[in-house]
Structures are given as structure tokens and as C-alpha cells.
Design a protein around this ligand. Structure first.
Ligand SMILES: Nc1ncnc2c1ncn2[C@@H]1O[C@H](COP(=O)(O)OP(=O)(O)O)[C@@H](O)[C@H]1O
Ligand SMILES: [Mg+2]
Length: 605
């Protein structure tokens, strides 16, 4: 059955080849052996057919039965060698192909882990996922089949043509003319069906994208009663897909019968002309027998050859896209200062081996930052958090609070100004050590598939059950976990879909507590828990964070009242700073926000 082949061309074949070549070079030995076995198998194929000529001329026509039997045994041996070779190369190829694909996958995953968040901001998840799925699949397909099929059909086609010309040049000219016509038809109809095929791919992508959104957003669909309109939209996308798929299939459906008919026509034509030649003595019967078999055999390789070339081009496009990711700049990690645990606690070891005691002093010096060039989000931030202080960041949505948190552990690097940590520029600290020393409870909770205990231990992979429970107690998560049927061994799936939003937050706080970090950043970490629980968490955190530095980004201003300093952020700049009482006294933005919240609460209450 003819498969639909994607019609895709890499933009830069050399670049695409670079990735594949690098991986192929590692398996150069086995690949060379495979190529050799393919050549053996294809040659046996061509040679076996050629042997029909002496079989007919030297044994069958003279009636030499004993000789024929011996000769048949020889022919059998030739075919057996071909079969053995093809068995060998197909087995080998499967292994090598899977190894190469696995290496590419590993390499891609490890690369993706090293890319900065900036990279992920600019791409959809679907886009990145398709590098791992469809692009790798096309490469896998190309290695599994195309590599050997291409060599095989090349050898068969050239071998056959050479032998045919040797057998009878005149007859060959006729046969070749028909073959050329056939190749042309394959090419033409291939072009047509490929155009429809890429249409089909596009519609398939659009249908899948819609499906994904609808499945994820099913709740919202139901809330707004959009089932019917969603279904109508789905129907219309589905109909477009059906139309494109039907046209694609029509062309490929025409192709196969057409090729088959042409090859039968070729066969009949060759037989007639050959018979005429044989009668007039221009060709012997043996040669004609081989000839007719060749004619029937050659349609297949021509078809395969053109098909596999497309698979290979598609794989090259996939390789090119993967290679583009491989070439992306990684997170800059030139820092040399490392974090060490000494007898007195944490300490920094500077590149010159000087040991600086860890204090947890974080300062921003005129920090300017924007996610996109030319769009500054933070416009000159100066702030300091002295060791052991609790600093609160408040301000309206979009003011830049999360952005400040993002800069401390270098999710992004500042555009201008600097951030120092115990007097060391954060860019001079080894990235792993920097991140190890700062635990961030992110605004969006992310839990992984695994038990609750495993999720908490994510913050400290060496933690034992006692430490895990202790961390959960600090986060005030222990009591609700205990009440779950499986307690700490409750399985979480789908980002903790079986928990409430607040419970998910408690687990992510416990995870941060388990990592026992010198600096903690809580970004609206308690926005979904009730005020009572929030107070308990705060008490737990205060115990945990004694003598450590904490940044709290909070929505509910009541929770930041006891902060050492409150920074009011507006539009990327610090508008006010001071303690709760000082800011209230000033009667500025903070006072406005604070009283506004309480008014809002009294209306709501
Ligand atoms: N990854 C990002 N890429 C581009 N812009 C962003 C990104 N994250 C946040 N922003 C923009 O930066 C501004 C500040 O966002 P953020 O720091 O998240 O505010 P908040 O104070 O609510 O935490 C917003 O205008 C937002 O649109
Ligand atoms: Mg935020």
C-alpha cells in the first residue's frame, strides 16, 4: 500500500544533515555493515533474475534435467544469500535506528532543560512537544525504512537497467521509455497528492489544537453553555479535514492503479515485441525470460525510490527544526562562586577561594528589566532585604512583582543595573548554587505525577519521611494530608487535580520548606487559602525563616502587615516604602489599597 508522504523540504539541507551526520558517525561501523548487506541483498535479487537466462538456454531448452537441478540449487543459494542479507540488515537497522532516535531524544531533552525561560515564553507547548513527537517520528521513520530502501532500490534500478541493456539494447530502449513515462506519472500525481497532503496536515493540526483547548477548558465550556457552538466549530473543522483528506487520498488512490496498469502494459508490450524479436532471432528465449521478470520487478523500486526520497526530506526538515533548538543559546552560567555548608552554616566560596559567610542580604541596584527589548517592565528598582528581614511587595496586578521575584534566582537576567547577594553579583554565582539557596513558591502551582510525599521531597530529594512530615507541618499541610485516605501516599495526577487549589498551594509551600532554603520567595503563595490557614502558615514560615530572608508577594494586605518593610510597586517602579504603620500614616497608594480592600470586604461580608 502506498503511504501518504509528507511533502516538506528543509530550508538548509546542510544544516539538517549536520545533526543526523553527527549521530550517524557514532554508529558508522554498523551502518556501513548495513549498507553492505543491503547491496548484497539487492545484487542477489538482480543476479537471481539474470540467472533465468542460462537456466532456460543451457538446461531447459537442451533438456538437461540433472544440470538444471544443480543449477537450480545454485540459484537457490544466490536467493538464500539475498534473504540472509536482508534479514541481517533489517534486524541491525531496527537496533541502530532506535539507538540513534533515543540519543537524539536524550540530547534534545537535556538541551531543553538548559534553555532560559525566555525560550519557553516565545513558544507554545504544542510547538515544543511536536519536536519530541512528530519530528522525531519522521527521523525514526527515515532511519527505520528509508535508509535501506533507498540504497536497495537504487542498486536494483541501476543493476536492472545495466543488465537489461546488456541483454538486449533495443528492447531496453522501449522498456526504458515506458519506465520514464511511469516515473513522470508518479512524480506528477505525487506532487498533486502532496499538495493535498500538506493541506490535510494543516487541517489535522487545527482540529487537534481545537480538541486540546476544548478538553482542557471543558469546565469553562460548560459554564458558558458553549457545548453546541463548540460542536459546530468542531464539525466544520472536521468537515474541512475530511475534504482535504479525501482529495489527498483520491490522488494517491489514482496513483497505485495507474502505476500497476502501466507496468502491465509495459509487460504486455515487452512480451509482444520480445516474442517478435525471438522469432526473428534477435533475442534468445533465456534472455527474454529474464527480461520479462525484470520488467515486472522494476516498477516497485521506482515507486519506492521516489516515495522514500520524500520521507527523507521530511526527516531532514524535522532534523533541521531539532537542530535549531540545539543551537539556541543556553542559560548563561559563568558564575564561579559556590554555596557550601560549613560548620557554622552556609557560606559562599568565591572564585579566589575566599569564604564569605552566608547572610541572605539581597539588594537591587537600579535594576532595569524588560521581557522584550524596548519594553521595560522594571524601571530602575532599588531595594534591599537585610538578612532575616521579611520584605513584602504589594501593588496592583501587572505592576511587576512576579518579575522582581523572577530576577533574584535568575529566571531572567537584568537589562541594566545589578542584583547582589551577600555582596556578590548573582551572575557571578554558579546557577545551581544560586537556585539551591533560593526557594520560590511560584504563583502557579505545579505538582508532578507521584505521591504527595514525593512531591514534597522534590524540594529535597534526600528527605526522609520525618523531614517530609515536618515540612508539611510548617506549611500547615499536615492536617489535611492526614485526612486523605492514603495520607502522604496519595497519588497526585494531572497537576494535583484531585486537590483543591488551596491544598495544592500548601503542598508547594511544604515543598519549599523541605528544601530548607536560606532565602524564600512566596509569590501570592497563599492567595487561595483561607485567612485562618494563612495565619498558621505564616507562623510556621516565621519559625522556618528565622534569621533568613523572605520576600512575600501578597494580594491580601492583611498578611503583610508584620513585614519589616513593605514596598509598593506601581508600573515597574517603587512608589512607596516603609512599615505598615508608616505607609498608612502617609495616606498614599498603600493606604488607598489597604482601606479599599477592607471596604471591599465589608461590602462582600
Ligand atoms: N514572560 C513574560 N513575557 C512578557 N511579558 C511578561 C511576562 N511575564 C510578565 N510580563 C509582563 O510584565 C508585566 C509585569 O508582570 P508581573 O511581574 O507578572 O506582574 P505582577 O505584579 O502581577 O506579578 C505585565 O505587564 C506582564 O504583562
Ligand atoms: Mg504576579
Amino acid at each position: 500500500m502506498m503511504k501518504m508522504t509528507p511533502r516538506e523540504r528543509p530550508r538548509d539541507i546542510r544544516k539538517a544533515l549536520k545533526l543526523l551526520r553527527r549521530h550517524m558517525r557514532r554508529h558508522a561501523g554498523p551502518l556501513a555493515l548495513i549498507a553492505l548487506l543491503v547491496v548484497v541483498s539487492a545484487s542477489a535479487n538482480v543476479y537471481g533474475t539474470y540467472l533465468l537466462k542460462p537456466a532456460v538456454n543451457d538446461y531447459i531448452l537442451p533438456g538437461d534435467l540433472a544440470g538444471l537441478l544443480k543449477f537450480l540449487m545454485f540459484m537457490g543459494a544466490v536467493y538464500a544469500a539475498g534473504v540472509a542479507a536482508s534479514f541481517g540488515y533489517s534486524q541491525l537497522m531496527v537496533r541502530v535506528a532506535q539507538k540513534i532516535v533515543r540519543e537524539i531524544r536524550d540530547e534534545l531533552f537535556s538541551k531543553v532543560q538548559k534553555l532560559p525561560l525566555r525560550f519557553f515564553d516565545a513558544r507554545t507547548h504544542g510547538e515544543l512537544m511536536s519536536r519530541f513527537t512528530s519530528d522525531i517520528d519522521t527521523i525514526s521513520e527515515a532511519f527505520n525504512n528509508s535508509f535501506t530502501v533507498l540504497i536497495h532500490s537504487f542498486v536494483v534500478i541501476t543493476g536492472t537497467v545495466a543488465v537489461m541493456v546488456r541483454l538486449n539494447a533495443l528492447l531496453s530502449a522501449i522498456v526504458l521509455a515506458v519506465f520514464l513515462g511511469m516515473a513522470f506519472v508518479i512524480r506528477y500525481s505525487g506532487r498533486k497528492s502532496h499538495a493535498h497532503f500538506s493541506q490535510q496536515q494543516r487541517h489535522m493540526g487545527s482540529l487537534n489544537g481545537f480538541l486540546e483547548e476544548m478538553v482542557e477548558g471543558q469546565k469553562v465550556v460548560k459554564v458558558f453553555n458553549h457545548e453546541d457552538s463548540a460542536f459546530r466549530e468542531f464539525q466544520s473543522r472536521n468537515a474541512r479535514l475530511k475534504k482535504a483528506a479525501a482529495s489527498a487520498m483520491t490522488y494517491s488512490g489514482i496513483l497505485i492503479p495507474l502505476v500497476v496498469s502501466i507496468s502491465y502494459f509495459n509487460y504486455a508490450l515487452t512480451a509482444c515485441i520480445g516474442a517478435f524479436f525471438a522469432i526473428s532471432g534477435m533475442i534468445d528465449l533465456g534472455a527474454l525470460t529474464s527480461y520479462l521478470v525484470y520488467v515486472r520487478q522494476t516498477a516497485m523500486p521506482i515507486n519506492q525510490f521516489s516515495q522514500q526520497a520524500n520521507f527523507i526530506l521530511a526527516a531532514l526538515s524535522g532534523a533541521e527544526r531539532i537542530f535549531e533548538i540545539m543551537e539556541e543559546p543556553e542559560e548563561v552560567d559563568r558564575g564561579k562562586a559556590t554555596l557550601e555548608r560549613t560548620a557554622e552554616g552556609w557560606a559562599w566560596r568565591k572564585p579566589d577561594s575566599e569564604i564569605v559567610p552566608f547572610r541572605g542580604d539581597v539588594r537591587f541596584h537600579g535594576v532595569v528589566f524588560g521581557y522584550q527589548p524596548g519594553h521595560p517592565i522594571l524601571k530602575g528598582i532599588d531595594l534591599y532585604a537585610k538578612p532575616g528581614q521579611k520584605i513584602a511587595l504589594v501593588g496592583s496586578t501587572g505592576a511587576g512583582k512576579t518579575t522582581i521575584a523572577n530576577l533574584i534566582n535568575r529566571f531572567y537576567d537584568v537589562t541594566a543595573g545589578s542584583i547582589t547577594y551577600d555582596g556578590i553579583d548573582v551572575r557571578d554565582i554558579a546557577l545551581n548554587d544560586l537556585r539551591r539557596s533560593v526557594a520560590v513558591v511560584l504563583q502557579d502551582t505545579n505538582l508532578f505525577t507521584g505521591t504527595i510525599a514525593e512531591n514534597i521531597a522534590y524540594g529535597n530529594p534526600g528527605a526522609d519521611r520525618e523531614q517530609i512530615v515536618h515540612a508539611a507541618q510548617l506549611a500547615n499541610a499536615d492536617s489535611f494530608i492526614q485526612r486523605l485516605p492514603d495520607g502522604y501516599d496519595t497519588m497526585l495526577t494531572g497537576n494535583g487535580a484531585n486537590l483543591s487549589q488551596g491544598q495544592r498551594q500548601l503542598i508547594s509551600i511544604a515543598r519549599a520548606a523541605a528544601s530548607d532554603p536560606p532565602v524564600l520567595i512566596l509569590d501570592e503563595a497563599t492567595s487561595s487559602v483561607d485567612t485562618h490557614t494563612e495565619k498558621l502558615i505564616e507562623a510556621g514560615m516565621d519559625r522556618l525563616m528565622e534569621n533568613r530572608t523572605v520576600f512575600v508577594i501578597a494580594h491580601r494586605l492583611s498578611t503583610v502587615r508584620n513585614a519589616k518593610a513593605i514596598l509598593v510597586l506601581e508600573d515597574g517602579a517603587i512608589l512607596e516604602r516603609g512599615s505598615h504603620e508608616e505607609l498608612l500614616g502617609q495616606g498614599g497608594r498603600y493606604a488607598e489599597l489597604y482601606t479599599g480592600q477592607f471596604e471591599g470586604m465589608s461590602i462582600a461580608g
